[in-house]
Design a protein around this ligand. Structure first.
Ligand code: F6R
Length: 608
């Protein structure tokens, strides 16, 4: 999603803004721009479609002077990714950058046009610049003009403003989209997240929803939506964030795939009491005996983690689970019983649909628990119980380590639910805990299949369609494998419950279609193998992902067999995911796509 930066202080703004924007590239974007104000108050702006290097080239030719400025990477919503639609948008003396969507922008545009304004873009954002400029022109004070402008907006926004004629002032506001202020000795900054600010600042202030901020080089004033001054704490830049670098890896995604043993270990270490063979009550902070059912709501990869969790909760704790993608959740007729736990799963903690669903459940009085990776995110702050995944910053747009850490967390929760509800004996709990303790080692061992996946990826890369199938907890793993392949390599890929293939999708199968069969040797293995035979009989090129025992049964039918280490059935989803991530990664490299920032995608989807 769009990235926002701003700076005011002693340093040359444009190179700093560019550098900070580069750190937001991971969020996904398709155009970029910067506006600066020099010491005399003159404003200058440069914008460019495409990647930041295009903007950088222009800046080399036409440097933007001044120590004050705002910058933006835009992920197009209203209007194509052209220069005219790129931010900052201007209506003298105002320049504005925006993340989010202004839902009443049509009415606002019509009103502004009727009042004689000339709009030069298709965006919703440009209306904000005009509304603000109009209020300032009619003599309103800065704070009043800001509050008045925001009062006219419906929708979600994080905003940063610069002003021609005012080199000592920036303004910021947030409602529904995250925004932070960074503090350094010689400057004050604005950023969409701490990752943009970390290298330049030592402390960070996270704005609350509804806050506005006025920034000078030496002062930050924050007000709530009524205009009353508020104090928001400044916290030290998290060390982990300042470490968000690629290291020796070619891509963040490669680094994040290989970090999984370590981060899964960190996550389970948080939840498990290994000595006692149980789950730490203090880490979970929930008693599942209080709930009759659980509703799990999430998007994309996080939703697939929820789908795996449904198996675990139902099998281990006999706890019924309702599962929804967040973009649909709010539109179902529901009665939100108080004895249902509303559980959300989100890496970023900012996904608009998941956040909106969380708020609906909160308003209905349910207990809210959130499995979340970014501890400072809006969801982490608005939930009753935050259940951290300790994956560290995930920069690659395609989720990898956050997914397996979500699985590790949800697995621990399911065991805790079993203990709380009396469906799991102390001995069984210890067996589950022991299995989870094995996960980091088994994931590390599984990473050794990478050279084989590199070769198989070259077979898969030319395909136009690929199918993934699995049963039971391997079904969501198949869905996740298909999502990874399609988003990274742009190959059309679909995941199916293995038994569903013959109800339609098998019509797609011919000898050009790779079919990835996710089948550890478990209770469902024989059934999945039958489905695999049906595909093989129609010429499908089978790539089996299984363990040593499964490999024997697949031999002769599968063209390729990826053998993962034998693992307890409980943690199969964690282990089986790894080869699928590697397949997608290497297929993307073979196809020459942008691995860390696939086209059209955004890391943190802050619009509905
Ligand atoms: C896919 C991917 C997305 C996210 C989804 C939810 O690789 O990363 O499908 O899982 O956008 O994002 P979060 O978890 O931040 O709510």
């Amino acid at each position: 999603m769009c990235g926002i930066v701003g700076v005011i202080g002693q340093r040359d703004a444009a190179p700093l803004l560019l550098d900070a924007l580069k750190r937001l590239e991971y969020r996904g974007y398709d155009s970029a721009g910067i506006a600066t104000v020099n010491g005399e108050g003159a404003m200058a702006r440069l914008r460019s479609p495409g990647k930041l290097r295009n903007l950088e080239k222009r800046l080399d030719v036409v440097p933007l002077p001044g120590g004050t400025g705002i910058g933006h990477t835009r992920w197009a919503t209203h209007g194509a990714p052209t220069e005219a639609n790129a931010h900052p948008h201007l209506a003298a003396p105002v320049a504005v950058v925006h993340n989010g969507i202004i839902e009443n922008f049509r009415e606002l545009r019509a009103k502004l046009k009727a009042a004689g304004a000339t709009l030069t873009s298709d965006t919703d954002t440009e209306t904000i610049a005009h509304l603000m400029a109009h209020r300032l022109a009619s003599g309103e004070e800065m704070k009043a003009a800001l509050l008045g402008t925001l009062g006219e907006l419906e929708g979600a926004y994080a905003l940063a403003f610069a002003f021609e004629g005012q080199p000592q002032l920036l303004a910021a506001a947030r409602s529904g989209s995250p925004l932070a202020i960074g503090l350094a000795d010689d400057s004050v900054m604005i950023g969409s997240d701490a990752i943009a600010l970390a290298p330049f600042c030592d402390r960070i202030i996270y704005l609350d929803d509804g806050d506005i901020a006025l920034l000078t080089p030496s002062k930050v004033e924050i007000f709530d939506k009524t205009g009353a001054p508020v104090d928001r704490p400044a916290v030290a830049v998290p060390v982990q964030i300042s470490l968000a670098e690629k290291g020796n890896y070619r891509h963040f995604m490669a680094k994040e795939i290989h970090e999984q043993p370590e981060v899964i270990a960190r996550t389970i270490g948080h939840y498990l009491d290994i000595g006692e063979g149980t789950i730490r009550d203090s880490a979970v902070g929930l008693d599942f005996a209080d709930y009759r059912r659980v509703s799990i709501t999430a998007c994309g990869t996080a939703f697939y983690a929820g789908l795996v969790a449904r198996h675990w909760f139902e099998q281990i704790a006999r706890l019924p689970v309702d599962l929804d993608v967040a973009s649909e959740f709010r539109y179902r007729a529901q009665n939100f019983p108080r004895d249902e736990l509303a559980l959300f799963v989100s890496q970023s903690g900012e996904t608009a649909d998941t956040l909106a669903s969380l708020r609906v459940c909160r308003a209905a009085g349910q207990t809210i628990a959130t499995v979340v990776n970014v501890p400072t995110s809006t969801m982490a702050r608005e939930t009753d119980v935050a259940l951290p995944t300790l994956a560290g910053p995930e920069i690659g747009v395609a989720s990898t380590k956050a997914f397996t850490c979500q699985l590790a967390t949800l697995a621990a929760l399911a065991v805790k639910a079993g203990i709380d509800r009396g469906t799991v004996s102390a001995e069984e709990a210890r067996a589950y805990v022991d299995a989870l303790v094995e996960a980091p080692r088994l994931v590390a061992d599984t990473l050794h299949v990478e050279p084989q996946l590199e070769r198989i990826a070259r077979i898969v890369a030319p395909a136009t369609t690929a199918l993934f199938m699995g049963r039971g907890a391997s079904y969501p793993v198949a869905l996740e494998g298909a999502l990874k392949l399609k988003e990274l390599s742009y190959i059309h890929a679909e995941g199916y419950a293995a038994g569903e293939l013959k109800h339609g999708p098998i019509a797609l199968v011919d000898d050009s279609v790779p079919v990835v069969v996710v089948a550890p040797f478990d209770d469902l293995f024989a059934k999945t193998v039958s489905n695999m035979q049906e595909v093989a009989a129609r010429g499908g090129r089978i790539i089996g992902v299984t363990d040593a025992r499964g490999a024997e049964a697949m031999a002769g039918t599968a063209e390729e067999i990826i053998v993962v280490p034998d693992a307890p059935a409980f943690i199969h989803p964690l282990v089986m995911t790894i080869p699928l991530q590697l397949l997608a990664y290497h297929a993307a490299i073979t196809n020459g796509t942008d691995v860390d920032q696939p086209r059209n995608l955004a890391k943190s989807v802050t619009v509905e």
